[in-house]
Design a protein around this ligand. Sequence first.
Ligand SMILES: *Cc1c(COP(=O)(O)O)cnc(C)c1O
Length: 238
Amino acid sequence: MTERCCNRPAEQTGREEIKQNLSVIRQTVAEAVEKAGRKEPPRIMAVTKTIPTDKINYAEELGIDLLGENRVQEFLGKYEQYSPRSEVHFIGSLQCNKVKYIIDKVSMIHSVDNMKLACEIDKRSAQHGKVTDILLEVNIGEELSKSGVQPSELKQLAADAAQLENVRVRGLMAIPPPGGGEIYFARMQELFEQLRLDRPETDVLSMGMSADYAAAIKYGSTLIRIGSALFGYRNYIK
Ligand SMILES: *Cc1c(COP(=O)(O)O)cnc(C)c1O
């Protein structure tokens, strides 16, 4: 994936640039919301992978109140240095045997695509006396190598996960194929609306990253996940 759409490498961005980047993002979001005729703007998540905690905490000073974590190991190493104000969601692919390390530290997990994982989250949540919000990740491009439930299997997974007592299905998440265009966001919006027919309480549609959040907003995204457009691009693939 090319991530050089926006700005400079993350190692080089300082406070002034992060501040500038965030104001561009807020402006772009406001315009997309207006253009789409929406009442509510999406929530802006700062995606923290590879970013040092001082920059993350600075983003929080600027009003960011939601962080997205990809990697269990990296998260555990940084977690204690976060200013404790922010809500943290886990957005990366998650193995069952790692759930226990993060369950008490995150309020939502975006990347649930099978019942084995949902059951593990349920079990560990019960042990902590909590209910964990989850999103079902959809492989909307139906790409062979990608995580996410196939669109045709989503309804069944949602029904099964809804049976779990310590898990609450809040909505859907997707990472469409890079450069895939708006068609995938349109399909996600359809799936989300179908899900809401059965389960009107679902209220989160997590889609849109640095390169495409304006398009995602057009198709009803309620949560955009922004890394490189805020902190600078990462010098590695993914
Ligand atoms: C890295 C990542 C993002 C943010 O990507 P950018 O293109 O840097 O905004 C969003 N969602 C997930 C799941 C990610 O892994």
